[in-house]
Write a protein that binds this ligand. Sequence first.
Ligand code: NAD
Length: 511
Amino acid sequence: MVTTVSRTDDVRARAEAALARSGVELGAVKGDALAARTPITGAELFGLRADTVEGVDRAVEAAHAAFLGWRSVPAPVRGALVKRFGELLGEHKEHLADLVTVEAGKIRSEALGEVQEMIDICDFAVGLSRQLYGRTMPSERPGHRLMETWHPLGVVGVISAFNFPVAVWAWNAAVALVCGDTVVWKPSELTPLTALACTALLDRAIAETGAPAHLNQIVLGGAEIGERLVDSPLVPLVSATGSTRMGRAVGPRVAARFGRSILELGGNNAAVVTPSADLDLTVNAAVFAAAGTAGQRCTTLRRLIVHDDVADAVVERLTAAYGRLPIGDPFQESTLVGPLVSEASYARMRSALDRAVEEGGTLCAGGERQLAEAAPGGYYVRPALVRMPAQTAVVREETFAPILYVLTYRDLDEAIRLHNDVPQGLSSGIFTADQREAERFLAVDGADCGIVNVNIGTSGAEIGGAFGGEKETGGGRESGSDAWRAYMRRATNTVNYSGRVALAQGVDFSQ
Ligand code: NAD
């Protein structure tokens, strides 16, 4: 058990060193408009300048001007910029991971993992820069060629959440840049520091590769800064990651001006545990998925739907594992669960636990605050495990904290019904050794999520696959597979080389 927490002065010094090593000029970014804080102690580290709405307009205009040149640079040459950026991320992995830990409170391996995810998407995007394929289709008319061409779209507005302060931006930015787009990024107001560091590194890659300046702009501030980006007619695509509440505000605004949006919103992820499941594997996977990142991932496991025959055994093992989890300062190597991002998160967790008990739940483990003496302003909690008699109202909501609700079922149809009976549709899993059950879960009438796993927890995704979810999760897809198409515009081209006019569908208009 970790009992001490870093001092704010040490965290501040670490942040300043990491920023300076990444090429951020502290004098230029410090100000008094936005507080850079750390959840490790809850204290403010220093003030930062923020942008005004006019500043957003200027950033969009600069990115648009850069787009007019960048779109004509051949895609593989655009890939060279992203390649260099990926190399710089690798060189500065430790500094960036320090900043992720400082402002998001992620433990060391998860902070390093977040930076690795940026490096991985750069690799992916570099390969993609030679694979922006269009198709050729057989024309029904003789002497005609029918094909599609993919063109760059314009400025992509990226709005990101605190819990993945940089990886989600990189998913968007690396792909957008090889697609010939430029980017204006509004990071979470809770995590501006890593964003500044990544921007400095991308600016360096831009300068070194001779790409147009202003390809990537950063704008700092809260929701009003995001709204300005959302409303800008020079931004054809808004990619917004955050709560469903935010998506409800952003989606209709972008649609009202016929812009496109990629919405990556809240999840309420579940896994089904069948009687044939390997329980050691299941419990290991579930503990990381539910308690890792202090329950602050969009893919965090929030519901475990366990067959009656194994429910007691699973709850017993989980309770024991939860009791052993090392909670504390995320900079300490032994820690597995760091702090919640804020006091408000802790208040929401407590309120959800109170409601769960009112709705008939039994708290089996956790829920209590930890390290309150060592870090009065830090909100460390023991992840909570709650057995519920039914899928009640509180279970159907996303509480962005480490609460795992355990429900039981008797037959797989009932489990799938429970699984799908929530408004969100991001990530899901089934633990089973029975291939028929696995296939049933993956089938058309199985899990209704964007991510459906077998013998893997719900959290954590690889770059190669498309990431995103259905229903109130927003429907967006990012990162791998063919998610790049959302960042480009498709032109369908028909070329007539026959020397005669031939109309489709046999229409005859001859005079
Ligand atoms: P949040 O919704 O509070 O903020 C996210 C971002 O949206 C911030 O940059 C914020 O300033 C901005 N924003 C808020 N209101 C806005 C508005 N009206 N117009 C424009 N911008 C606005 O979310 P958060 O607390 O930072 O992150 C946690 C939430 O994000 C959880 O619900 C989590 O599930 C979700 N999330 C989803 C994914 C995914 O890929 N599906 C990934 C990470 C986080």
